[in-house]
Design a protein around this ligand. Structure first.
Ligand code: PHE
Length: 364
């Protein structure tokens, strides 16, 4: 596998970049660790591209590039949907195997130095596979990191803010399906109990909801289920288990023509980026009467918190109350979707387009 990752750029990579509708991609091969670094810059209409840094072992570097391109585009929509002055960008560190200690620090420092050469063109932050500690490491060499105050020894974990936004999104889905957002007795199935899924499960449980939990880490999921009085759902049953709301909080592209026919839920709202394999899958969900909260709206809480902190808002209560407005934004999307018989994704992308168009209009 590391042999495949070390292979030179293939025709497929060039094609992927040429066909992309974004600004461009910065590609670097980090020889000491055998890592491919991709920084995908999608759009800078609203501001400089800012988005998290994903660290993951991929089968092929092409897969990592595809991830970077899709994730960067998602960030354009996310910032526009929450109306913050940042553009779409994302970075992927395609590691050959899990990196620890000095190897990991070395890679993160070189990644930070690469950001410095970009003179602030791209700002990074935490994403799947990276931690707040990793962000501190990057911040030792560059200021282009969200969530780390200059000179600070702690990085902000966006996970709990993302979880709060997803919680409010689930309540919005409940309002528009069962007619009440009272969590009592509601069955919420969470796929992935990581940095977002875990705090989400705790919030739902504290509000009286019943959590059904699924995760690749069997002992972790068993422990959390026991602590919260929830149930464990085996991976092979995650799509077909009856529940009120399904919350994908792990990997992307899990909603597709293969899984949507299996779903036994009223709605979907989760934190994973790029939940749909294709945009058309939103129509499949709509056709089945399953209310889908567009991922980039439901999971915008972490980005929102980072954006607010960047703007100088520091009080936790202020951050939380702003993140909670995601629920009301989704209400508008669901109402437009119902009155115009369009999928919520179409309605959300209209919102994104409206914001981008207004920003492109020359001011008098
Ligand atoms: N990676 C998270 C997301 O996709 C949080 C994040 C937001 C990180 C914005 C950096 C910048 O929303």
């Amino acid at each position: 596998m590391s042999g495949a990752l070390a292979s030179p750029m293939t025709g497929e990579m060039f094609e992927l970049m040429a066909e992309w509708d974004g600004i461009g991609v910065i590609v670097r091969h980090d020889a000491p660790t055998g890592t491919w670094i991709f920084i995908a810059l999608h759009d800078d209409t609203l501001g400089r591209p800012v988005g998290g840094c994903r660290m993951k072992v991929y089968e092929r570097p092409e897969d990592a590039l595809v991830d970077a391109l899709r994730l960067a585009k998602g960030m354009t929509s996310k910032w526009a949907a929450i109306d913050f002055p940042f553009g779409g960008g994302k970075s992927v560190l395609a590691i050959p195997h899990e990196l620890e200690g000095a190897e990991r620090t070395g890679l993160l420092h070189r990644f930070g130095a690469l950001l410095n050469t970009l003179n602030g063109t791209y700002g990074t932050g935490e994403d799947m596979g990276t931690t707040p500690e990793d962000m501190l490491t990057i911040a030792q060499v560059t200021s282009n990191v969200m969530g780390v105050e200059p000179g600070s020894t702690a990085a902000i974990d966006p996970g709990p803010y993302t979880a709060l936004g997803v919680f409010e999104s689930i309540r919005s889905v409940l309002r528009h399906t069962v007619g009440s957002d009272d969590m009592t007795g509601k069955r919420i199935l969470i796929q992935g109990i990581g940095r977002v899924g875990d705090p989400l499960a705790r919030t739902i449980s504290a509000a009286g909801g019943q959590v059904l939990l699924s995760d690749v880490d069997a002992s972790r999921v068993a422990a959390l289920a026991e602590e919260l009085g929830g149930a464990v759902v085996p991976a092979e049953a995650v799509y077909s288990t009856d529940c009120d709301v399904f919350a994908p909080c792990a990997i992307g592209a899990i909603l597709s023509e293969d899984t949507i026919p299996l779903l036994e839920c009223r709605g979907v709202a989760g934190s994973a980026n790029n939940q749909l394999r294709d945009d058309d899958d939103a129509d499949l969900l709509h056709g089945r009467g399953i209310l889908y909260a567009p991922d980039y709206m439901a999971n915008g809480g972490g980005a929102m918190a980072f954006g607010l902190i960047f703007q100088g808002v520091t009080e936790d209560e202020a951050l939380k109350s702003r993140v909670s407005t995601i629920g009301a934004s989704l209400d508008e999307i669901f109402e437009e979707s119902a009155s115009e018989s369009i999928s919520p994704l179409v309605s959300a992308s209209r919102r994104v387009e409206r914001i981008l168009m207004a920003a492109r209009m020359p001011t008098a």
